[in-house]
Design a protein around this ligand. Structure first.
Ligand code: ADP
Ligand code: MG
Length: 250
């Protein structure tokens, strides 16, 4: 589903991604771990084309991200085509990023209505179904600020699902939450995993990684240092830097 090949990305003189290779199979959950500043968010953002790569390439479900090939030439996609491609990839941020002036239901329905031009009744019905799925059927008419952080993040997940994405990216989805609210959000993500959603999840929640991940990836200083089954990477890490990181977060 996702194929990242030899991706490099710098900001000025700072090389943030130093040759990333990563494959994610359809229906699998990849958890990305690593210290702050190791390039995890930048990696997710390149997969969604929120950042352009300097070299290498990325494809999602067989389509190059941000480019189109014709013969042996590559053409950059236009803004509109990029936006369309982006609708196939759901992104859930650390800070929810809900629209404060829209109700919960409107937040979920906004993109299908405006970006995809879907019919109104069907979109609202679907938004209600998604709200039910994240356990918030009774909050349809509330505004984001009336909800707890955990509830807001569950709305953000429902909003990402509303576009029926092929791939879901989560960037530290529970880092901004009070500890007692982390579980309800992880439970929703776990549920999506059980239903076969393809996901890349950046998180420091090791218990979640152990339980839900098919593959755990450890990044440090712009490189993938180690990757494999959770039992291998988490319980028998081979690299010193992985060991040092895990000894701090476990
Ligand atoms: P992580 O998510 O692992 O904490 P990031 O991908 O956010 O790491 O950042 C990696 C490095 O790139 C950091 O040093 C960060 O300051 C830098 N960085 C990220 N985005 C930008 C940007 N838009 N401009 C300049 N530097 C950036
Ligand atoms: Mg980050």
């Amino acid at each position: 589903m996702v194929d990242v090949k030899a991706v490099h990305k710098s900001f000025g003189t700072l090389e943030v991604l130093r040759g990333i290779d990563l494959e994610v199979r359809a229906g699998e959950v990849t958890v990305v771990l690593g210290p702050s500043g190791s390039g995890k968010s930048t990696l997710l953002r390149t997969i969604n084309h929120l950042e352009k790569v300097d070299s290498g390439w990325i494809s999602v479900d067989g389509a190059l991200v941000g480019y189109r090939s014709s013969g042996d030439k590559l053409y950059e996609l236009r803004e509109r085509e990029v936006l369309k491609q982006r609708t196939q990839i759901g992104f859930v941020f650390q800070n929810f990023n809900l629209f404060p002036h829209l109700t919960v239901l409107e937040n979920i329905a906004e993109a299908p209505l405006s970006a995809l031009g879907r019919p109104r009744k069907e979109t609202l019905d679907n938004a209600r179904r998604l709200l039910d799925r994240v356990g918030l059927a009774d909050k349809a008419d509330a505004y984001p600020k009336q909800l707890s952080g955990g509830q807001q993040q569950r709305v953000a997940i429902a909003r990402a699902l509303a576009l029926e994405p092929k791939l879901l990216l989560f960037d530290e989805p529970t880092s901004a939450l009070d500890p007692e609210l982390v579980g309800e959000v992880l439970d929703v993500i776990k549920d999506l995993a059980l239903q076969g959603t393809t996901m890349i999840v950046v998180t420091h929640e090791i218990g979640f990684a152990r339980e839900v991940a098919d593959t755990v990836v450890f990044m440090d200083e712009g490189r993938i240092v180690e990757q494999g089954a959770p039992g291998d990477v988490l319980d028998a890490p081979r690299h010193e830097r992985t060991k040092a990181f895990l000894s701090k977060v476990l």
